[in-house]
Write a protein that binds this ligand. Sequence first.
Ligand SMILES: [Zn+2]
Length: 237
Amino acid sequence: MKTGRLTLEELVGAFRALGGEADWCDIRTRIAGGRQHSIKPYKTKASYEGSLKQLLYERCPGSGKYRGDEKFKKVRDSRYRLLDFNLSSTVSSEERPSEPGDLEDALRRSREISESKRDATLVAQIKTMYGSQCQLCRKKLRLPSGEFYAEAHHVRGLGDGGPDRLSNMLCVCPDCHALLDLKAVDIPRATLIVNASHGLAQEFLDWHNARYKERWPVSPRTAQGSLTPASPATPRP
Ligand SMILES: [Zn+2]
């Protein structure tokens, strides 16, 4: 746990953890998380956020407080990039993508990391365990050959420090896989299909669900990303 005043190193560390580029609100959340949500030694939340903004702005040309030694760059509204950072070297799926191209990009990069690190035996094992049925929506995709197609998802991504173990994996359909990678759905334990021998760990589901909540604080499973069917109209008496 970090204590004391915010430092430039801490800010740079947050950028690195977020893949080198992030929205202001994600940077703030990341740093607060590293401090276990403690704002000490700041007296108020506003003074803590003010210090964080100042750290960012004084190294960011065009911010109005820029002092001449650039470290960050404003990419667009409330989105900043750490300069001299190789985006492809450390990839996190935690960015909040806001344009269609960004969504595809985030998805592709989170998958590149996953593909390069994961054990193919475990991937096969999780699919066999569930007969290629999606643990979230229960769909089974049948190919023309008669085989079923499914994908393996790491609940806490390998690029985010999650382990390559069955306890951190789900067997899912491609639709659910994309929504999970984008943290666009939560994982409700109650409706998830879970085999007794799976050993799925709650801590990873909690990790995912916390990311989902951070990302969509006010949109509880209403639109596209929802796995919950719309509730039926109330029957007339
Ligand atoms: Zn599914």
